[in-house]
Design a protein around this ligand. Structure first.
Ligand code: MN
Length: 439
């Protein structure tokens, strides 16, 4: 079932949508953490997507004539400290590139690679890549009596690579499903393990342990392990508080498996049993999430899904007496946003918020089609000091998030096996935690 990733095909597909011009794309940089220590290196997803090369300080030039990679030349001293390097010799044997040069030769070689093209496509957000390209174009413009055409257009590569990455092939789908399965297992372990004797850090460590043991490189993003009111901070990452009986725990965590992210959120009680008030809110969020999944149909848009989610949540808040008035108006005038401040969906793939466009070249919202992947994640967050909120609901933060892959027959919920209904979650909380430690 798994087909090999063809970087050549991806390069060819890119050339097709950039009218057979030339694209320049840079690797990520190694970033200093402090003094002489660096953050763990993570390759740029788009760079990786186009050539599968994992080293920093490299740059790819894709043109109809050839694909050229610039990279660091092997250096025995560096290799002693930092590990094996690819080097120019091996690069052309191993990678889907035609030529490889020492990155030190970039300034000298880049002009001729851009020459005789009308437009150069480069990520406008990448200042260094822009500088390299502009210097090369200046250099070309200064050459006298030249018979070739100098490029005169600069175009933003960002959305073109994003458009390619939007539709996942079978190989990518298999990796994403595995990423989802690994994260799902870690969420089940968290439900079984968390109690008032544990704290957020214990659960973060447990999940990271399971991610890595199952073959993921680690978490796909900073895990959110939020007990009680910590869930009201949408990007809470301190993960260092103790759990209290009676509180809920909101966990938003996904694995990165072979470069692909999963992104799952579940909310469950510290004690293992929801209170009646918690159940009411949980069920409302769940109803909205299920309605949203039901709308995940080829031809619909993420906006359709968000609108339906808002409608269900808002109706529920009116029924609970938290909001008052006409549902459409409450949504339009921002009242719902007080308790549901974020969107329902984002694209998912190599990046957790996958770098893919939401509108097409005609500025129309992109319609769902087979191979597109996204999340559905409604939530409700009730501030502790909001007088409009009945006291029993104050401080509650609940989000439920699944990962969807569109198939030709409709939506596949890649995270369907992670406990989600009230009874499933309570059962998962009472499971034996030791079974997750050593399989
Ligand atoms: Mn998400």
């Amino acid at each position: 079932m798994q087909e090999l990733t063809s970087y050549r095909n991806r390069q060819k597909n890119l050339l097709e949508i950039i009218n057979n011009q030339v694209a320049v794309i840079r690797s990520n940089d190694l970033v200093t953490r402090n003094h002489d220590t660096e953050f763990p290196f993570r390759q740029s997803s788009s760079f990786n997507y186009l050539c599968g090369f994992g080293e920093h300080d490299s740059l790819l030039v894709i043109s109809p004539a050839k694909t050229t990679l610039f990279l660091r030349e092997t250096d025995p001293f560096l290799e002693l400290w930092m590990g094996k390097m690819m080097g120019t010799q091996r690069a052309t044997d191993i990678l889907d590139v035609d030529e490889a040069y020492d990155i030190k030769e970039l300034a000298e070689k880049l002009p001729e690679l851009l020459d005789d093209h009308q437009d150069v496509y480069v990520d406008f957000g990448d200042e260094k890549a822009m500088t390299f390209v502009k210097e090369a174009m200046t250099n070309l413009a200064r050459r006298k009596r030249k018979k070739t055409q100098s490029p005169h257009g600069l175009k933003n590569l960002y959305d073109y690579v994003g458009a390619l990455r939007l539709v996942k092939d079978n190989n990518e789908r298999a990796r994403m499903q595995r990423s989802a399965d690994i994260a799902g297992l870690a969420h089940r372990a968290a439900m079984a393990t968390a109690n008032k004797e544990r704290n957020e850090a214990d659960i973060e460590n447990l999940m990271e342990f399971i991610f890595k043991r199952e073959g993921a490189s680690g978490a796909a993003y900073g895990s959110i392990i939020a007990g009680g009111e910590n869930a009201l901070c949408l990007h809470y990452i301190e993960n260092n508080s103790n759990f209290k009986d009676g509180d809920l725990i909101l966990i938003d965590a996904g694995a990165e498996f072979q470069g692909y992210a999963s992104d799952i959120t579940r909310t469950f009680p510290v004690s293992g049993k929801f209170t009646e008030a918690q159940k009411e809110i949980y069920q409302l969020v769940l109803d909205a999430q299920i309605a949203a999944i039901a709308l995940s149909i080829n031809g619909k848009t993420l906006d359709d899904i968000h609108n339906e989610t808002c409608r269900v949540l808002c109706e529920g808040l009116v029924n609970l007496g938290i909001l008052e008035g006409d549902v459409k108006e409450l949504i339009a005038n921002g009242e719902l946003k007080k308790y549901y401040p974020h969107g329902t969906s984002h694209w998912l793939g190599m990046d957790v918020h996958d770098q893919c466009p939401y509108k097409d070249e005609n500025n129309e919202t992109i319609k769902l089609a087979p191979g597109m992947s996204f999340t559905i994640e409604p939530g409700l967050y009730f501030p502790t000091n909001d007088p409009n909120i009945p006291e029993k609901y104050r401080g509650i933060g609940i989000r439920i998030e699944d990962d969807i892959m569109m198939d030709k027959d409709g939506a596949v919920n890649m995270t369907a096996s992670v406990p989600k209904t009230i009874s499933e979650v309570e059962r998962a909380c009472s499971e034996d935690p030791s079974q997750f430690l050593f399989l």
